[in-house]
Ligand binder design. Structure first.
Ligand code: NAD
Length: 481
């Protein structure tokens, strides 16, 4: 093992492992250092939060729990009946663990295939071009590199009033690893994690209550989508309490007692487990030695310029650690770009066309600006909105809830934002990302042939509806002049 590299990447999450692979592809002698240890067996594992304790395991459980829910409540309408559907949580968790280990092992293989050297341990930037790695056995090594890329991600925000013990008060990782379905599950925060994991355990039979401090549901989503989502989730049995600020949580007699205020009144509720999902913060603790001048911004993210350079020459940062949106796909793209910049290329990333997805059932997905943002910017716009109830494929699948809403500039017809709630909209949103990257007009989508019968036809119809001419849904009546 060498002690000098072209590139050392600290962190093997989506931003870091992609940066390392791309740098190696471009001929740079690359080392990726990562300190992740799996809870329980304490084994090193590549892939960061996304693969080990976030996106991937949560999607595995979302899939399993959705099948369980559908087997109980939907299959009969297809003429499929069972005496009883058994739930084997241990098996479900084992499948999830298998998916995770295949994918994390896959990164190790990709590192090998691309010639990336991998080291288990904690990397610390000591100075320009200098990294100290402390192994899990405590041994230190001083390494050198022409370029250092910090991709240390983010960690769950811990509330002083409800510190994690991961037995009763769980972080998002703990919430994925429960061995039994709790009878009553409390969740603090109705953000991405709260609604996704709340849905999982609710479908598996828990009585779930989500306590959300603000009075709006999912303020980052378009209001129409958020309204429809809240209505649907409540119908599914998720008890979402808005304007409910948790002020205390304590463990008593194998339960968690939670106090929250709503409308100036204090309420007390007891749960078997409590999940705290109130956001994530950048992971910068001890990442840089005291004398290494890597500046942070006022929110604690590593401050970078538009070429991902930190204030310390030769040190770069990408992914969650440099700021929002904290999304794996944003980090991956930044990882690619930083490596290409080091190679002297001139890559570009469009931060206005990053898709967002909430993996509930129905899913929520959007890209571009919400109607409220467009209104606030004073832009004249037109909206086309088409419900999945008018889509043949959705009907055949018995997934008729939700809609596609397209917003276009009233003067230029350029698509400004598309907001969807419905089946597989996580896949459908990509059509719009491509369209927006090419500055497409709604008319462009309206003129493109969409396969039939597909869910994507709802996008086509929404584009037609922007111009008041949908075919498979009645057009809005024109107001008389
Ligand atoms: P979030 O920021 O999405 O939501 C946190 C919510 O907690 C907010 O609505 C906030 O108002 C509420 N809250 C804060 N303090 C509270 C209190 N004391 N009482 C009640 N409510 C309180 O955070 P998250 O759900 O923890 O997700 C963290 C990050 O992970 C996000 O930035 C997200 O981008 C990422 N993530 C993305 C996905 C996805 O892309 N599908 C999935 C999971 C996580």
């Amino acid at each position: 093992m060498s002690s000098s590299y072209d590139v050392i990447v600290i962190g093997a999450g989506p931003a870091g492992y992609v940066a390392a692979i791309r740098a190696a592809q471009l001929g740079m002698n690359t080392l990726c250092v990562d300190n992740w240890l799996t809870r329980g067996d304490e084994k090193p594992s590549l892939g960061g939060t996304c693969l080990n304790a976030g996106c991937i395991p949560s999607k595995a459980l979302l899939e399993s729990s959705e099948l369980y829910e559908r087997a109980q409540h939907e299959f009969a309408s297809h003429g499929l009946s069972f005496d009883k559907v058994d739930l084997d949580i241990a098996k479900m968790q084992k499948r999830k663990a298998g998916v995770v280990s295949e994918l994390t092992g896959g990164i190790a293989s990709l590192f090998k295939a691309n010639g990336v050297e991998s080291m288990a341990g904690t990397g610390q930037v000591v100075d320009s071009g200098k990294v100290r790695v402390t192994g899990h056995d405590g041994k230190e090594q001083d390494l050198e590199a022409k370029h250092v890329i910090v991709a240390t991600g983010s960690v769950p925000v811990e509330l002083d009033i409800a510190p994690f013990d991961n037995e009763y008060i769980l972080d998002s990782w703990g919430a994925l690893d429960m061995a039994e379905v709790p009878e009553k599950l409390g969740v603090i925060g109705a953000g991405y994690i709260g609604v996704e994991l709340g849905s999982v355990w609710s479908r598996l039979g828990a009585e779930v209550k989500i306590l959300e401090a603000v009075d709006e549901f999912m303020p980052i989503a378009d209001r129409d989508v958020a309204k429809e989502a809240l209505k649907t989730f409540r119908k599914q049995g998720l008890n979402v309490e808005l304007s409910a600020r948790v002020t205390a949580a304590r463990v008593e007699d194998d339960k968690v007692v939670v106090e929250y205020t709503k409308d100036d009144e204090t309420h007390t509720e007891t749960f078997d487990k409590l999940v705290v999902a109130v956001g994530r913060r950048p992971n910068t603790k001890n990442i840089c030695a005291k004398d290494a001048r890597v500046e942070l911004d006022d929110k604690g993210f590593i401050d970078v310029d538009d070429a991902y350079r930190t204030s310390l020459p030769g040190v770069y940062a990408v992914g969650d650690v440099i700021g929002n949106p904290m999304l794996a796909h944003k980090g991956m793209e930044e990882g690619t770009i930083v490596a290409e910049l080091l190679d002297g290329q001139k890559p570009h990333m469009n931060y206005d066309a990053i898709p967002s997805v909430v993996y509930t059932a129905p899913e929520l997905a959007w890209v571009g600006k919400s109607e409220a943002q467009i209104k606030a910017a004073g832009i004249d716009y037109r909206v086309g909105q088409i419900p999945f109830a008018s889509n043949g494929r959705a009907k055949a699948m018995a997934h008729q809830g939700g809609f596609v809403k397209m917003i276009a500039d009233a003067n230029t017809d350029e698509i400004l934002g598309v907001h969807m709630i419905g089946p597989y909209v996580s896949e459908m949103v990509q059509e719009i990302v491509v369209a927006m990257e090419y500055k497409a007009a709604s008319e462009d989508i309206a003129r493109i042939v969409h396969g039939h019968p597909t869910l994507g036809e709802a996008v086509h119809e929404a584009a037609l509806a922007v111009d008041g001419r949908p075919i498979h849904f009645p057009p809005k009546k024109k107001k008389k002049q």
